[in-house]
Unconditional design. Structure first.
Length: 229
């Protein structure tokens, strides 16, 4: 296919617009995953079996065509590719922006752009560290106080009975919320829009980030307060 022609892809990747497009597309795919994962976690409120069955289904869906766990592995590889492309494009775009302004401002005011850039950078680092811990905790079970493969609900509950685990998860999920809000805001800045459209979009971005953050936080706080046990 002409669009997937390697020299064309290389040209696209080396351009600033191409890197922004890669950030946008991979960001959107990651946002889809994060939304689906949050909604599926809410199955814990239906029943323990509902969450456990969902995790088992992820391993058996499309078994016939892809083999046992095939779908899950394709999704995992897709996620890793998205994270690597998203982070690489972000670092390279930040370097380009710095290189375009070789003389640093002498008195650099702390403006909103600086704050957003710092939030995105450190938020991204916290999220990356969190995902490594999270996989060792709830996917592999090594760091989980219960740690029984397939007993997903009880693994989750065992985690959030510990206040420091809950605190770490809450920190990561709040960083995710800020990351989503700033990501959606800056996507709009790249596209350009009228002031009214900008305000409406900023409200939507904040609303969506709050929805995702609150959805994720609901499970640990339900365990902490004894609603889920
Ligand atoms: C309170 C918040 C969260 C809870 C209760 C939770 C719960 C879980 C559980 C139970 C699993 C294992 C599923 C299974 O074995 O099938 C899992 C896997 C995973 N979670 Fe979360 N999660 C949370 C937040 C997040 C966040 C914020 C992210 C990403 C930013 C994330 C990314 C992942 C990934 C990448 C996997 C691995 C899927 C796989 O390869 O099997 N999770 N999560």
């Amino acid at each position: 296919m002409a669009v997937l022609d390697p020299p064309r892809l290389r040209r696209l990747w080396s351009s600033t617009v191409g890197k922004k497009a890669v950030m946008g597309v991979t960001g959107l795919l990651l946002l889809l995953f994060v939304t689906a994962h949050m909604l599926s976690n809410l199955k814990a409120f239906i029943s323990p079996a509902s969450l456990d069955h969902y995790a088992a289904w992820l391993r058996t869906v499309l078994d016939g065509a892809l083999g046992h766990g095939g779908f899950l592995w394709i999704a995992r590889i897709g996620l890793v590719v998205c994270v690597v492309l998203h982070a690489t494009a972000a670092v390279q775009l930040a370097r380009r922006a710095r290189a375009a302004r070789p003389v640093r401002y002498r008195h650099r005011a702390r403006v909103q752009g600086d704050y957003a850039a710092r939030t995105m950078r450190w938020g991204g680092v916290i999220l990356a560290l969190f995902v490594v811990y999270h996989l060792l905790d709830l996917t592999a079970g090594y760091l989980n106080p219960h740690g029984v493969q397939g007993d997903v609900y009880n693994n989750v509950v065992a985690d959030f009975r510990l206040w420091y685990v809950t605190l770490f998860y809450a920190l990561a999920v709040v960083s995710l919320g800020f990351h989503i809000r700033h990501g959606l805001w800056s996507a709009l800045q790249s596209l350009g829009a009228s002031a009214a459209a900008r305000r409406a979009w900023q409200a939507t971005a904040t609303g969506y980030a709050v929805f995702i953050t609150a959805g994720y936080l609901s499970v640990p706080f339900a365990v902490l307060t004894g609603l889920l046990r």
